[in-house]
Design a protein around this ligand. Structure first.
Ligand SMILES: Cc1cc2nc3c(=O)[nH]c(=O)nc-3n(C[C@H](O)[C@H](O)[C@H](O)COP(=O)(O)OP(=O)(O)OC[C@H]3O[C@@H](n4cnc5c(N)ncnc54)[C@H](O)[C@@H]3O)c2cc1C
Length: 489
């Protein structure tokens, strides 16, 4: 519980250290920040700080630490799990004005950027040097590198190149006590614990990133892109298994089902094959000879799995046209449904056909529809649960179906999130995947960074914790709790 005067004291303190323009206190303006890309959770923050430098971040966090006031970092606010959802009695630290690219060093294959720099801008800055930044969320035109680091974001090309964690060399972090530390090094194999590894994907619960050194990847000599139309998702799924099973690692294999295609057609007229029950977008990149050889094999495997139409992009414009449908798919679903939930779960690739069929059955049972657009090569699903909030009971049924889909992923040995994070949205699902001991151990790590629990509280871990609503195995105080180090789940 935050004492009611403490945010006022933080504000008074900040007024002497930051310009008034950096402080948002007006209720109407504060509402601008009440949610991220997950629109159905909304909380108005007590105060917003528009940071203009790493020092502003440090000053703000130090003021929060002195008063025990919670803070939440926010990049571009495109997160889909409510990670940047503000705290009602806390401070939201917005990094979107920290947008400088400080260094592009092609010979060292790295760039040093502010946390608010937009993902795509890193690749744009590196391109003239023959390099790019590989993690490419579909939101890459708007999401920030700080948000990518916090969510360990993925994207279409992460199948071959790995997630954000594979592309971060070091992070300058303001700790929840208001200290500045650098985690990671530019040299390989640094001794000691991999604290950088702990911070990437920690969803803003271990501190605020104020500078990120990212790895740059050499632009490939050759890129080939294929659009293949299939009658069914089963056929498309078996093409994916054939390609991966043959030892080919495409830069991307993305799948869309009939409903997702319908939405994309309505929004951007992407002209995907008529009457396709599923399409695959397969991209190969690398040395020209290798790409040519493997691409022929991929075309053959798609044909053998039942592709009735295949189109190869002849140039960059045609490639962009193929990707347009896929990249616009999430937003496009708004064309065919008044409301939808973007789910994010992972399954082993081989379980794809079975899980997709079972998902349709679960949706039919509840009288709802699910559109699928996802990173098929990774087994990273993005089921979009369509519903109409104005229809009585549909919102609740959609929410329940969305949870049942995660249970389905877990039953097949998968995970409750692939790349969108846990945030506020999936905290309640964490005990399905982790034991009490697992969660206690994670909490110990968190407490090592943030003993007072002020960095993005209420995210990742299920709440309420000690009020007895969830019967747990601990009957007396747990050693973690007794030592004042954390809460027990
Ligand atoms: C249309 C659409 C498509 C998407 N496609 C993908 C996709 O393909 N792959 C994918 O992985 N995600 C995708 N996303 C989700 C989202 O874009 C990513 O999670 C992205 O990395 C969030 O970045 P952001 O700057 O918007 O972060 P925010 O939403 O502002 O914040 C996200 C989390 O990061 C924390 N955070 C932000 N900045 C910092 C910082 N400097 N230091 C510490 N913590 C910080 C916040 O506290 C929060 O927990 C998509 C979203 C949309 C709307």
């Amino acid at each position: 519980m935050v004492d009611s005067g403490s945010v006022t004291r933080v504000l008074q303190r900040l007024r002497s250290q930051l310009p008034e323009a950096a402080l948002v206190t007006d209720r109407t303006r504060l509402r601008t920040y009440e949610c991220d890309g997950l629109l159905h959770y909304r909380v108005v923050p007590a105060l917003v700080v528009l940071a203009r430098s790493a020092d502003d971040v440090r000053t703000t966090v130090a003021a929060c630490a002195a008063e025990g006031v919670p803070f939440v970092a926010r990049g571009s606010g495109t997160g889909l799990s409510g990670g940047a959802l503000p705290h009602a009695d806390g401070v939201l630290i917005v990094t979107s004005q920290l947008r400088q690219i400080h260094e592009v060093a092609p010979h060292d294959q790295r760039a040093v950027v502010d946390p608010g720099v937009i993902n795509l801008q890193v690749s744009q800055a590196a391109r003239p040097h023959g390099y790019y930044f590989a993690p490419d969320p579909s939101s890459q035109q708007i999401c920030s590198v700080g948000g990518n680091v916090a969510e360990n974001s993925g994207g279409a090309h992460c199948l071959k190149y790995g997630f954000t964690s594979n592309h971060v060399l070091s992070v300058d972090l303001v700790t929840p006590q208001g200290d500045s530390v650098t985690l990671g090094t530019r040299a390989p194999d640094a001794p000691g614990y991999d604290l950088l590894g702990a911070v990437v994907g920690s969803e803003g619960t271990l501190g605020v990133a104020t500078s990120v050194t990212v790895r740059l990847v050499r632009s490939p000599e050759s890129v080939q892109t294929l659009l293949a139309g299939f009658r069914t998702t089963d056929d498309a799924g078996s093409a994916v298994s054939a390609v991966i099973g043959a030892g080919i690692v495409p830069a991307a294999i993305e799948m869309m089902d009939a409903l997702a295609i319908e939405a994309a057609e309505a929004a951007v007229a992407c002209n995907y094959p008529d009457e396709a029950g599923a399409v695959l977008v397969v991209e190969l990149d690398g040395p020209a000879e290798e790409v040519e050889h493997e691409f022929a094999a991929v075309e053959r495997m798609c044909r053998e799995a039942g592709a009735f139409e295949q189109r190869v992009a002849a140039d960059d414009d045609e490639r962009a046209a193929i990707w347009r449908g896929r990249k616009s798919a999430f937003a496009a679903v708004g064309r065919i449904s008044p409301d939808y939930i973007v789910q994010d779960g992972v399954i082993p690739r081989t379980a794809l056909p079975e899980v997709l069929r079972e998902m349709t059955r679960l949706a039919d049972e509840r009288g709802l529809r699910v559109a699928n657009v996802f990173h098929a090569g990774d087994g990273n699903l993005h089921p979009l649960v369509l519903f109409d909030e104005s229809a009585p009971g549909q919102g609740e049924r959609a929410e329940e179906l969305s949870g049942a889909i995660l249970d389905l992923c877990l039953a097949h040995g998968g995970s409750i999130t692939g790349e969108h994070g846990v945030g506020a949205d999936k905290a309640k699902h964490m005990p399905k995947m982790f034991s009490d001991d697992d969660l206690d151990t994670m909490q110990l790590v968190r407490c090592a960074f943030d003993p007072d629990g002020i960095a993005n509280p209420g995210k990742i871990y299920p709440t309420p914790r000690l009020c007895g609503e969830r019967p747990g195995k601990h009957t007396g105080p747990h050693p973690v709790q007794a030592a004042g180090l954390g809460e027990v789940f």
